[in-house]
Write a protein that binds this ligand. Structure first.
Ligand code: XMP
Length: 516
């Protein structure tokens, strides 16, 4: 699904760690933007009809043997261009400027002195703090360009050929340390590319609903709801578009958190009304998982069992042609930086075992162009409850990959109690929304304790809480000691069978978020 709004910024990715940040900043300014690899063809660029092009930063130098270079004709299309850092080198390289490895690397904060009051720097003072990160620097201004700003180490920190609307900056306006960065990007969008700031959750819903309606016609559509944000927002969009032609199926696999299956079923029943089917498959999943302790085997069994249950429900509905999936933008970006990176591994987790192929269905992925926080805003626009939208991510295989042994009902129940106390106290102490994901794991070891005058020999649980923006990298959350103490106390006092609580202080990488 690709319905670019008329005003749209194309970002060509040269591999900078900040490329995604440029997209996000532009979208925060209510203009749609999308990342493509630096080497897409001129035909594709022309067919996308961008209002402006941004050339991202990148780790290379334009003089490196395999330096990524776009087609020089992109600077001759008459479309405004902004080159950032490595992007500045490209503009320079193609216009006869000079670049050399600068003796002084510039990394970190610098003071930008604006010497030419131009559209790009409107509403920015004479001096502005910016973030620099480069080794190479300009030695000669490219032909036909004029200097707009300099820093102590970079005499050409910003320059432009205003007649062609080509701009280049050495610093990173997308990084929050560049205090006027958002104003500068905003000026590029509105004053140079003449973009209207009309890409909002409301306009996204309106356009997406119209597009789904057109595509689906009078066919029927099915969607698996997991309780997570992505699938429910995707389903809600499709429901707005085609109403009763959509059927949502929620499979209770018995691996969810305390009371979650009932809460999900009640909330979704209220929202999706007659389009919602809840299937109780708890016994079936338990039976299939009995005596299995290998994590990958657990995942395979859960995926396959889900498909069987789901297919059986789908068979009851006439003329189903489409399946809704809540795929997000970070899973589909073909950026240089993502190639072979951690996103590849994460993606395999998220696909529930090839459902569309097995069932011969076409996919509807209405969130393919959105980041998680944008999905939450769209969900709010659609009137979905805040507790659904702000819920931490939860893996498809659920608690099965948080029990480090084979799965039994008793272990699931014990873990549900521990997890529920942990989450309840995070909410009570205003920590929940600061954390990307928090959960408990049940370890396959027993430890000795003493309760009253008696020796105990019981289970150990691990608590994991991480901060992250997309789950690809993560840091352990610095929950205050007092709150950890309270949580540990409650768990040991209230959950029979647990006499020790440990807190996981590993980052990802090298650890992962889940323990299995
Ligand atoms: P890891 O453990 O790989 O987790 O650092 C990254 C994110 O992915 C989730 N995760 C899964 N999600 N099926 C899913 O739907 C899975 O098999 C799976 N394994 C991990 C994890 O909860 C975290 O948000």
């Amino acid at each position: 699904m690709s319905n670019h709004p008329k005003d749209f910024i194309l970002i060509l990715d040269f591999g900078s760690q900040f490329t995604q940040l440029i997209t996000r900043k532009i979208r925060e300014l209510n203009v749609f933007s999308e990342i493509k690899p630096f080497n897409i063809s001129m035909e594709e660029i022309k067919s996308l009809k961008p209002s402006g092009i941004i050339l991202s930063g990148g780790p290379e130098s334009v003089y490196d043997e395999n330096a990524p270079l776009p087609d020089p004709a992109i600077l001759e299309l008459g479309i405004p261009v902004l080159g950032i850092c490595y992007g500045l080198q490209i503009v320079t390289h193609f216009h006869g400027g000079g670049i050399a490895s600068s003796g002084k690397r510039e990394y970190g904060l610098a003071e930008l002195n604006i010497q030419n009051n131009d559209l790009l720097f409107e509403n920015v003072g004479e001096k502005s703090q910016v973030w620099m990160s480069h080794g190479d620097a300009l030695t000669k201004l490219p032909d036909g360009f004029e200097i707009l700003a300099h820093t102590n180490n970079s005499p050409y920190a910003a320059f432009a050929d205003k007649s062609k609307n080509i701009y280049a900056v050495q610093f990173h306006p997308e990084v929050s340390h560049s205090v006027d960065g958002k104003t500068i990007l905003g000026n590029f969008l509105s004053k140079i590319c003449k973009c209207k700031p009309d890409w909002t959750p409301g306009s996204f819903v309106k356009n997406t609903v119209a597009e789904i309606r057109k595509r689906v016609g009078d066919s029927n559509v099915i969607c698996g709801l997991s309780g997570g944000v992505d699938s429910v927002v995707a389903a809600a969009l499709v429901q707005q578009a085609i109403g009763d032609q959509l059927t949502c199926v929620f499979v209770d696999n018995g691996l969810m958190r305390k009371n979650e299956a009932t809460e999900v079923a009640t909330t979704f029943k209220a929202y999706f009304e007659s389009n919602f089917i809840s299937v109780d498959a708890v016994e079936l999943f338990l039976q299939k998982l009995s005596n299995v302790s290998n994590p990958e085997e657990k995942r395979k069994i859960i995926g396959n069992t889900f498909i069987k249950v789901f297919e059986k429900e789908a068979d009851k509905i006439r003329d189903v042609k489409y399946l809704v999936q809540g795929t997000l933008y970070p899973d589909v970006i073909e950026s240089v930086s993502a190639k072979g990176g951690p996103s590849v591994t994460i993606k395999t987790h998220h696909n529930v075992g090839g459902l569309p192929d097995i069932m011969n269905l076409k996919l509807i992925e209405p969130l393919r162009e959105l980041f998680k926080d944008e999905v939450r805003r769209v969900g709010k626009e659609l009137g979905l409850p805040a507790e659904v939208l702000n819920r931490h991510p939860f893996p498809g295989p659920g608690l099965a990959v948080r029990i480090m042994s084979d799965i039994t009902k008793a272990r699931l129940d014990l873990l549900r109690e521990v997890d529920s106390i942990f989450i309840e106290e995070l909410k009570n102490n205003n920590q929940y929304d600061l954390i990307w994901q928090a959960f408990a794991v049940l370890l396959p070891v027993k430890s000795v304790g003493v309760m009253g005058d008696r020796r105990t020999y019981e289970s150990v649980v691990g608590l994991r809480a991480v901060t992250s923006t997309d789950g690809m990298t993560a840091d352990w959350a610095r929950i205050p000691y007092d709150i950890l103490a309270l949580i540990s106390n409650r768990i040991i006092n209230e959950v029979h069978g647990v006499n020790r609580v440990v807190y996981d202080v590993s980052t990802k990488p090298p650890s992962t978020i889940e323990w299995e």
